[in-house]
Design a protein around this ligand. Structure first.
Ligand SMILES: NC(=O)c1ccc[n+]([C@@H]2O[C@H](COP(=O)([O-])OP(=O)(O)OC[C@H]3O[C@@H](n4cnc5c(N)ncnc54)[C@H](O)[C@@H]3O)[C@@H](O)[C@H]2O)c1
Ligand SMILES: O[C@H]1[C@H](O)[C@@H](O)[C@H](O)[C@@H](O)[C@H]1O
Length: 338
């Protein structure tokens, strides 16, 4: 395809608007042909100033338009399955924000629909894989330079939760990123999950435990832990310490620049994920567009979305029961083995 990839963006909320700007202004080889939101005012506002972008309220209208080459789904997770099936029926490239779907049964249905097409069409929005430090750590792990990877310690801190945030969302919305990160770094599946709750901050909404500790193990026995703290107040921080046979690698948390001035030294804590991962989102979308133009996908697949959904399910059960819960996965179809 020598012309630009015409993308219909479904959902013009926080992420959708961000991706529309990215596609329209910072991505090579792409243009936004439609913005779909159930709220017509949101669709119109997001399409305004984007040349050629139609404002629509129904995904079907975007999919019926022959100009639509690809779809970016940024509606809430519980709506992803319907949009995914509709876009798969058109057999076009899809970037689906995380989560693929909210549970492993619906994720498996999506994966089977894709398998019938005989090629990967869905990329899942696990953008951390595109963060420069994440990519560097993954390279170090693959090179074997520091020996075998033994442990991963993660911190994931958000300043505050939006209204209605729950213990379950802490796993499904937030720790889903670490489930993907552990699978990405170890290149293995997660076999079990355990969740510990302890003393809770007075800043958490009533009924919520915050922070929590999520413990997991991979096929070869790599142990990983996450401190997930979603009402940390002071800012947004995501970091990992990877422990190897011959060294330790730290990424995230305290990226520079460090300033020495007015009798103090130090850096800045970023306010949120949009700032922390802005370059990663740019790379993620560019990689998806580049691959889509070649009829491929450029990153985490529907299998990665399905496996993360299964980990989340185990995580929520572990959170409720206090037990170590096994992650159950179907056999990996051939399509996803390379
Ligand atoms: N990768 C990340 O770091 C990251 C960060 C935040 C959110 N997300 C994900 O992005 C997705 C969107 O999150 P958000 O924070 O932008 O949500 P949001 O609530 O801000 O926006 C969702 C939008 O979808 C619209 N919508 C609802 N039903 C619709 C329908 N049937 N058809 C079309 N539009 C509909 C809403 O009107 C709203 O504008 C979620 O899956 C979320 O988990 C990912
Ligand atoms: O939806 C957001 C988003 O996925 C962020 O990347 C993550 O850090 C937050 O914890 C989560 O609530």
């Amino acid at each position: 395809m020598s012309r630009n990839l015409s993308v219909a963006v479904i959902g013009a909320g926080r992420m959708g608007v961000d991706h529309i700007q990215r596609l329209a202004r910072r991505t090579h080889g792409a243009e936004v042909s439609a913005v779909v939101d159930i709220d017509p005012a949101r669709a119109a506002a997001a399409a305004a100033g984007v040349p050629g972008a139609a404002a629509l309220t129904d995904i079907r209208a975007a999919l019926e338009d022959p100009r639509t080459d690809a779809v970016l789904i940024a509606t809430p997770g519980f709506l992803h399955e319907d949009a995914l099936h509709a876009a798969l029926a058109r057999d076009i490239p899809i970037l689906c924000e995380k989560p693929l779907t909210p549970d492993s049964v619906s994720a498996w249905r999506v994966l089977q629909a894709e398998e019938k097409l005989g090629r990967k069409r869905i990329q899942v929005g696990f953008m951390r894989r595109y963060d420069a430090e994440y990519a560097h750590l993954a390279e170090l792990i693959r090179s074997g330079e520091l020996g075998e990877l033994l442990m991963l310690h993660h911190q994931h801190r958000n300043p505050a939760t939006p209204p209605g945030f729950s213990n379950e969302m802490l796993i499904n919305d937030s720790v889903v990123h670490e489930f993907d990160a552990v699978r990405f770094f170890s290149a293995e599946e997660i076999t079990s999950v355990r969740v510990r709750t302890g003393k809770t901050t007075r800043n958490a909404p009533a009924g919520m435990n915050d922070p929590q500790q999520v413990l997991m193990e991979t096929t070869s026995g790599v142990l990983a832990d996450v401190e997930i703290y979603v009402n940390a107040q002071y800012g947004y921080e995501v970091g990992t310490q990877a422990v190897f046979e011959q060294g330790v690698v730290r990424i995230g948390n305290h990226a520079g620049p460090y300033l020495s001035a007015r009798g103090r030294w130090g850096g800045t804590v970023l306010p949120g994920f949009a700032e922390r991962f802005s370059a990663a989102y740019d790379r993620e979308i560019q990689s998806w567009v580049d691959a889509a133009l070649q009829g491929d996908i450029g990153g985490p697949s529907a299998w990665d979305g399905y496996a993360a959904a299964a980990c989340c399910e185990a995580g929520v059960e572990a959170q409720k029961t206090g037990r170590t819960v096994a992650v159950e996965l179907h056999e990996k179809p051939l399509l996803y083995q390379s």
